[in-house]
Write a protein that binds this ligand. Structure first.
Ligand SMILES: *[C@@H]1O[C@H](CO)[C@@H](O)[C@H](O)[C@H]1NC(C)=O
Ligand SMILES: *[C@@H]1O[C@H](CO)[C@@H](O)[C@H](O)[C@H]1NC(C)=O
Ligand SMILES: *[C@@H]1O[C@H](CO)[C@@H](O)[C@H](O)[C@H]1NC(C)=O
Ligand SMILES: *[C@@H]1O[C@H](CO)[C@@H](O)[C@H](O)[C@H]1NC(C)=O
Ligand SMILES: *[C@@H]1O[C@H](CO)[C@@H](O)[C@H](O)[C@H]1NC(C)=O
Ligand SMILES: *[C@@H]1O[C@H](CO)[C@@H](O)[C@H](O)[C@H]1NC(C)=O
Ligand SMILES: *[C@@H]1O[C@H](CO)[C@@H](O)[C@H](O)[C@H]1NC(C)=O
Length: 458
């Protein structure tokens, strides 16, 4: 536990250092998200407003007579949330408090209609989390409606009882709303939690400046730090701040996410550094679907047949020497990989013998999709794979034959490998228990937009 805490502290300390150079993401929360929160927030608000009421002290005869008062029910039929330009969110709610006054001889029940108004500024917390607070909170009371008053309570007393309840609510209701918001902040704070990417890598998002709040949305500039084996990966500095144009994505969606080119570059850099893009294709002799052996190569390259009269297993070692490049153009995302492939045969003494090596350039089309909280991809090869022989121990190699060979033995394993990696995906910014629902992905010039509904599952 102590170790986890120390690690957490270390990560927080690292944030400012690596933060300046990190990829840009914009999270834009739209009006539809506020509608969702106002629907989901009614129950918690009703519960929070059910505050205890102290005894009412009634002057009767000589002394003070204590009367028990209880809020039986709080009904919030309407809760409205709106963005306030440059500030945050304004809350308006109409609530009916059903109050029971335990007064002899018969208890009395009354309904107190209240309008609640509160302003909630949204700011950036010191560790990069969004923070909501309550800056102004006001209760407007309407006249109480009295039920079951067969013993007709004296009107002066009713006035005093109401004053008592109003004073209590003025004190406690706003505090309860503040507490509710504190709970929300704990939840929002999980935005900066470490999220797993692959078995040895993680991603962590954090806010980099104050949110931009308009009357239509709240927009958070978020950066990501990628970790490999718990170490942050240093990224190239990009002085250009990514901005998300207005009116992109599905109009009316709860969230619009903008992912800059840098996010993709970083994810690919991580994959390359982790070595996961490297691939070995190994031939096993006498296995049914295996094509990789020296007798097969010998059919295309005569020198191989000469050197290996007996069929021997062949291995392709594909290594990426440069980071793959992703190109994001309107409606068209492509990926370029430049692996260096060494083709080796197992010699009779079981040692590997290099046959030849090639430089490969392959363009792939990249399709993106979102599942739960992950951005996933699938690829397919675009056009011809470009090949150059880098070295050869088997004489000259005819290009059309080499191309045919690579198409047969390399293309499919490469695609399988890449697609398996891209299926793992990149975790998008999120908070605990919140999923992206019916997401749509749009490819714009230089950036990707995800439009989505959100769903909270507690
Ligand atoms: C409060 O209760 C009264 C009486 O039942 C009702 O007429 C009124 O519409 C209610 N107001 C709200 C906001 O629910
Ligand atoms: C907020 O967004 C608006 C609209 O995109 C932009 O004009 C304004 O400069 C932004 N403000 C800040 C502080 O980023
Ligand atoms: C920096 O960001 C801009 C805008 O998002 C992008 O066009 C550019 O390619 C990035 N530069 C580098 C070196 O990543
Ligand atoms: C070598 O590969 C060919 C297919 O190209 C296959 O027909 C043959 O069975 C393989 N030989 C061995 C010994 O695995
Ligand atoms: C996408 O880009 C690739 C390579 O730049 C090109 O071959 C392909 O035709 C483009 N597709 C579309 C739909 O524009
Ligand atoms: C890959 O795409 C780039 C940029 O679109 C293009 O210049 C190059 O010729 C393509 N290479 C192959 C092997 O298709
Ligand atoms: C193969 O690629 C490497 C860089 O990865 C380069 O240094 C070398 O010159 C290339 N060889 C040929 C024949 O293109």
């Amino acid at each position: 536990m102590a170790q986890v805490c120390r690690l957490g502290l270390l990560l927080v300390l690292l944030l400012p250092a690596v933060g300046a150079s990190m990829p840009g993401t914009v999270i834009r929360l739209n009006k539809a998200m506020l509608s969702y929160v106002s629907r989901a927030g009614k129950d918690p608000l009703q519960q929070a407003l059910q505050v205890p009421v102290p005894y009412f002290l009634e002057q009767r005869g000589e002394g003070l007579q204590p009367t028990r008062i209880q809020i039986l029910d709080v009904h919030v039929p309407r809760l409205y949330l709106n963005f306030i330009d440059g500030l945050g969110v304004r809350l308006r709610a109409a609530a009916n408090f059903t109050v029971k006054v335990f007064r002899a001889p018969e208890p009395l029940e009354l309904v107190l209609p209240v309008v609640l108004l509160a302003d909630a500024p949204v700011t950036q917390g010191s560790i990069g989390t969004p923070v909501v607070s309550i800056s102004a909170c006001l209760l407007l009371f309407n006249k109480a409606i009295v039920f079951d008053d067969t013993h007709s309570t004296p009107p002066e007393l009713l006035v005093l009882v109401q004053q008592h309840i109003r004073a209590v609510l003025r004190n406690k209701a706003c505090l309860s709303i503040s507490n509710l918001v504190q709970g929300l902040n704990v939840h929002l704070g999980t935005l900066i939690g470490l999220k797993p990417l692959g078995p040895e890598s993680q991603i962590r998002y954090f806010m980099i400046n104050a949110p931009n709040i308009t009357k239509d949305y709240i927009s958070l500039d978020v950066n990501a730090v990628l970790f490999l084996l718990s170490k942050p990966i240093p990224m190239p500095v990009n002085a250009t701040r990514f901005t998300l144009p207005e009116h992109v994505g599905t109009s009316g969606a709860m969230v619009t996410l903008g992912l800059s080119q840098d996010v993709f570059d970083s994810a690919l850099l991580l994959l390359q550094k982790a070595g996961t893009l490297n691939l070995d294709v190994t031939g096993q002799l006498k296995s049914k679907d295996n094509l990789l052996n020296t007798s097969m190569l010998g059919q295309h390259i005569p020198e191989v047949a000469l050197q290996f009269p007996e069929p021997m297993p062949v291995v392709l070692k594909a290594r990426l020497r440069s980071t793959p490049e992703v190109m994001i153009h309107t409606n068209n995302a492509t990926l370029q990989l430049q692996p260096y492939i060494e083709v080796l045969a197992v010699a009779s003494n079981s040692a590997f013998q290099s046959l030849f090596s090639i430089n490969v350039t392959v363009n792939l089309s990249l399709q993106l999709s979102v599942s739960r909280v992950k951005l996933q991809g699938t690829t397919s090869v675009l056009g011809d794979i470009q090949l150059t022989v880098a070295s050869s121990n088997v004489g000259s190699i005819e290009m059309p034959k080499l191309r045919a060979l690579i198409n047969i033995v390399f293309k499919k394993p490469l695609l399988n490998h890449l697609n398996a990696l891209l299926r793992v995906g990149v975790t998008l910014p999120n908070v605990v228990n919140l999923n992206y629902v019916t997401p749509e992905v749009f490819i714009h010039e230089g950036y990707v937009v995800v439009s989505s509904e959100l769903s909270y599952q507690s």
